[in-house]
Design a protein around this ligand. Structure first.
Ligand code: CP
Length: 292
C-alpha cells in the first residue's frame, strides 16, 4: 500500500496480509526495513490510543519518529494542511500519520504529494487502522468473519470507527446490525431497541457518545441512554456463550457501557489496544517497504 486512507480503498487481500503480518509480529517476528525511514504523527485532534500506538509501532519497526506537535506548529499561523505535509516531504519524511477534524481531509493532499499518508481519523469519516485492529481482534477470537453477527450500538452517524468497520465487516461476510436512536443512524438501517440482538450477537461493539461533535443526547440523560441503548449488567448476562464486548475507546463509563463490564471476562477493550500495536506495526512496515 502507498497510503492507508479509507477501508473503501483496502482490498480483502490487503486486509488478510496486514492481519497475517500482525500475527507474526505478535509471535515475535523481526521487522524487515532495509534503510532509515522518517515518519511523523500529525494529530490535529486529541488522541491517547492512536497516537501512542502509532509511535510505539513506528519505533518497533525501526522507523525514526520526527516529533510534530500540531499546537506548536505553523498551522497556528495559518499554514494549510497541504503546505504542512509538503514541507515535511521536502525535509525528507517518508510517511505521515494524520488525524484531522475535516472529513476526507486527504483529498486535498492527494495531488502532488509523494509522502505516504496514513489516516488516523478524519472528522466523522474513516478510521482505517482502528478498523484493522478491530478485525484482528475479531479474527483472533473466532478465526473467521463469514456469518458472524456483529452488533454496533451507539452514535454511528458521527463514528468513523463504525463507518470503517461496517465497510470491512460486510465485505468480509459478517452480518452487521446497528442499534441507536433514530437521530444517530445516519445512512444506515437501524434497530431502535436491542430486540433480540443481545442473545444472537457474537460481537457487541459499543460506540462512545461524542459530546465534542455536538452529538447531543436530544432527550436522553446519561442514565436514560444507558438504560435504553447501553450495555447494562442485565444485558451482559443475556449474551451468548463466547460472545465478546468491544469498544474503540475512550469509554464513557456508565453511559454506553456499565463501568463494571469494561474489564469483564467478555470484554476485549484493552485487548483491542494491545492488538493495535501489532496491527500498526504491520501497516507502517507495509507502507514503508513499498517506498524502498
Ligand atoms: N480509538 C481511538 O481512536 O482512540 P484515541 O482517540 O485515544 O486515539
Amino acid at each position: 500500500m502507498k497510503n492507508l486512507l479509507s477501508m473503501e480503498n483496502v482490498s480483502n487481500e490487503e486486509i488478510e496480509e496486514i492481519l497475517k503480518r500482525a500475527a507474526e509480529f505478535e509471535a515475535g517476528a523481526k521487522p524487515q526495513l532495509d534503510r532509515e525511514y522518517l515518519v511523523a504523527n500529525l494529530f490535529f485532534e486529541p488522541s491517547t490510543r492512536t497516537k501512542t500506538s502509532f509511535e510505539t509501532a513506528e519505533r518497533r519497526v525501526g522507523a525514526t519518529v520526527i516529533p510534530f506537535e500540531a499546537g506548536f506548529s505553523s498551522t497556528l499561523k495559518g499554514e494549510t494542511l497541504y503546505d504542512t505535509v509538503k514541507t515535511l516531504e521536502s525535509i525528507g519524511l517518508d510517511a505521515v500519520v494524520i488525524r484531522h477534524k475535516k472529513d476526507a481531509y486527504y483529498e486535498e493532499l492527494l495531488e502532488g504529494i509523494n509522502v505516504s499518508v496514513i489516516n488516523a481519523g478524519d472528522g466523522a469519516g474513516q478510521h482505517p487502522s482502528q478498523s484493522m485492529l478491530d478485525l484482528y481482534t475479531i479474527f483472533k477470537e473466532f478465526g473467521k468473519f463469514e456469518g458472524l453477527n456483529v452488533t454496533i450500538a451507539g452514535d454511528v452517524s458521527h463514528s468513523r470507527v463504525a463507518k470503517s468497520d461496517i465497510i470491512a465487516l460486510q465485505r468480509l461476510g459478517a452480518n452487521v446490525n446497528i442499534v441507536c436512536p433514530p437521530q444517530w443512524q445516519g445512512e444506515y438501517d437501524a434497530h431502535y431497541d436491542w430486540d433480540d440482538l443481545i442473545e444472537t450477537s457474537d460481537v457487541i461493539m459499543l460506540l462512545r457518545v461524542q459530546h465534542e461533535r455536538d452529538a447531543a443526547f436530544e432527550g436522553y440523560s446519561n442514565e436514560s441512554y444507558h438504560e435504553r441503548y447501553g450495555l447494562t449488567k442485565e444485558r451482559e448476562k443475556r449474551m451468548k456463550d463466547g460472545a465478546i464486548i468491544m469498544h474503540p475507546a475512550p469509554v464513557n463509563r456508565g453511559v454506553e457501557i456499565d463501568s463494571s463490564l469494561v474489564e469483564c471476562d467478555r470484554s476485549r477493550i484493552f485487548k483491542q489496544v494491545q492488538n493495535g500495536v501489532f496491527v500498526r506495526m504491520a501497516i507502517v512496515e507495509n507502507i514503508l517497504k513499498g517506498r524502498s
